[in-house]
Ligand binder design. Structure first.
Ligand SMILES: Nc1ncnc2c1ncn2[C@@H]1O[C@H](COP(=O)(O)OP(=O)(O)OP(=O)(O)O)[C@@H](O)[C@H]1O
Ligand SMILES: [Mg+2]
Length: 537
């Protein structure tokens, strides 16, 4: 507890570690700590380095502010997981969801420890949790720690609401909300600025993905709420700025006036095809060909769920044999660039009648038997809409997943974007836009989407995904999205689930939306979601 104001650096580090442990398991790093008045140049150096690095890589730094004498700047409550920060009165300035929910109320002016203890205790009772004063915050110094990074997020999602513009002042033993200050940065003509629509006061709502931790958008809403129109507005904003978009259109209704369409269908007029069996040489160097065959097999099994175990085994053998027949040897990387086998070739070698009946619809589809393929260069140089609406479900699914994998490898081969991009055209190489994204994130194949999401920023990929419900996306995808647009839900149950992801919006408020592009916008500059009427194209 805080009897003594003069803590050693070791004490500070220990306190910070304890705090971090409540958030997520290691690895993470505590970079510096100490009594703020006593920082030496030597202690400041690693801190300055961290800030510079994190700034360049657009990572988040969490800062626990110093304590001034016998005063504190924050109230902290640890509540069990599942506790909704937005339900607290008043709502916290920041909520960090890890093993438990850590809620922090930032004060605009410091208060006494006694007062802070009393207020935190009240809030803790409300949250059925425990007050954090003395345990984590206030800290006798400044402690910083990195965003644990994409890999960590994947295993253990930690999400955070921003703190900047919600502050409280203590008056008569109560927390009073300070006027919200907008912390939205000024932007200039070089920035990718997407004009989304109008706020109720008539002001323009602008999204600046380059200023966010990533260019990853989730759009939620019931049928008729305006998801497709919203995707078009977002996609057009990116395209006009000059960053190419790839629109995977499952229903055939996401049409942008100046983006060329390519129809993938069985008709002879549709000439573009793809080969899901093509060897991805770069990733094979890391993981071997075996893994790639397994990935193909799993993809086929998801597309043809009725295949039994025996049939899947037979298919596995057929795949192995097909690569051998094509002269592609697992142990000889020089052979990996040879022409890969195709689905029709595999089908020709299958003897099991049941297996053949199962895969015929997929393997026999003409798009898997065409010589002309889309190259990653084509995808990264101009915007394109791929109309997948005429494909049967399984084919559509395999096509989408194969394309996403190609893009992922293609981007990785190009290496990370520059550490200090001059503008957003260097920061973003491609935005993928997918309506009805549930079709690719459900059914267990979200691993490719998760990989894309986790590595997106590093390789310059933006993602704009829409679906009816938040649950259509796995937790790591949800916790990664920097920008949300939540439109009218279908029913209360859905409203409750969708509201959980958007700070400061109640299910009732979502239910009260009018539909047709009326919704709430939230990104990491806005502590609370902001009402917006999306402007259609
Ligand atoms: N921002 C908007 N302003 C005006 N009208 C809109 C707006 N957004 C959508 N609409 C209209 O509302 C209707 C439904 O929109 P949209 O197709 O985008 O919904 P959706 O959420 O994609 O529905 P579904 O899930 O059925 O595909 C359309 O007639 C569309 O023109
Ligand atoms: Mg739609």
């Amino acid at each position: 507890m805080l009897q003594d104001n003069m803590f050693s650096i070791d004490d500070c580090m220990m306190t910070a570690r304890k705090f971090l442990e409540t958030l997520c398991p290691p690895p993470w790093g505590v970079v510096a700590g100490g009594v703020s008045r006593n920082f030496s140049a030597k202690q400041l150096e690693p801190m300055a380095k961290l800030i510079t690095q994190a700034y360049q890589q657009r990572q988040t730094i969490y800062t626990l502010m110093p304590q001034e004498e016998q005063t504190v700047w924050h109230l902290v409550v640890h509540a069990p997981r599942g506790m909704r920060a937005a339900n607290m009165t008043p709502p916290p300035s920041m909520a960090i969801t890890g093993r438990e929910v850590t809620m922090i109320w930032t004060l605009s002016a410091p208060t006494s420890i006694t007062e802070a203890l009393m207020l935190s205790q009240k809030l803790a009772t409300q949250a059925k949790g425990r007050a954090g004063v003395g345990e984590a915050i206030p800290l006798p110094g400044t402690i910083m720690f990195h965003n644990p990074g994409p890999m960590r997020l994947q295993r253990f999602p930690v999400s955070m609401m921003p703190t900047k513009n919600v502050a409280y002042r203590v008056a008569d033993g109560k927390l009073v909300r300070e006027a919200a200050k907008s912390s939205r940065p000024a932007y200039d003509a070089r920035d990718l600025a997407i004009k989304i629509g109008e706020a109720p006061d008539g002001s323009e709502v602008v999204s600046l993905p380059g200023h966010q931790t990533n260019g990853f958008y989730l759009v939620l809403g019931a049928s008729g709420s305006g998801k497709t129109e919203t995707l078009k507005t977002l996609g057009a904003g990116v395209h006009r700025y000059g960053v190419p978009i790839l629109l995977l259109d499952f229903h055939g209704d996401v049409i942008l006036p100046d983006v060329a369409s390519t129809l993938l269908s069985s008709a002879p007029s549709s000439r573009i095809g793809l080969n899901p069996l093509e060897v991805d040489v770069e990733s094979a160097k890391e993981n071997g060909l075996y893994d790639q065959r397994t990935a193909v097999l799993e993809m086929v099994r998801r597309a043809v769920p009725q295949l039994g175990h025996k049939q899947a085994n037979a298919l596995h053998t057929a795949l192995e044999n097909a690569y051998i027949a094509a002269g592609i040897d697992d142990n000889d990387p020089e052979t990996w660039t040879r022409t890969a086998p195709t689905f029709p070739q595999i089908m020709a070698a299958i003897e099991d009648e049941g297996l053949l009946a199962g895969v015929r619809g997929l393997f026999g589809h003409p798009i898997f038997n065409r010589a002309e393929h889309l190259s990653i260069e084509q995808l990264l140089t101009r915007s394109m809409r791929l109309d997948l609406s005429k494909l049967p479900d399984g084919v559509r699914y395999v096509t989408a997943e194969t394309l996403l994998r190609r893009i992922f490898t293609g981007l990785r081969m190009r290496g990370p974007i520059p550490v200090r991009p001059v503008d957003d055209s260097e920061r973003f190489r491609l935005f993928i836009v997918i309506d009805e994204a549930r079709l690719i994130t459900m059914g267990g194949n979200s691993d490719i989407v998760s990989s894309l999401v986790n590595e997106a920023r590093k390789f310059g990929l933006g993602l704009i995904l829409a679906s009816q419900m938040a649950e259509h996306f796995p937790a790591d995808i949800r916790s990664n999205a920097a920008t949300w647009l939540v439109l009218k839900p279908q029913a209360m149950e859905e409203a409750k689930r969708n509201a959980q992801n958007v700070a400061g919006v109640t299910p009732e408020q979502l239910m009260a939306l009018r539909g047709r592009g009326d919704g709430y916008f939230r990104d990491r500059f806005t502590a609370e979601a902001q009402r917006v009427q999306v402007r259609p194209l």
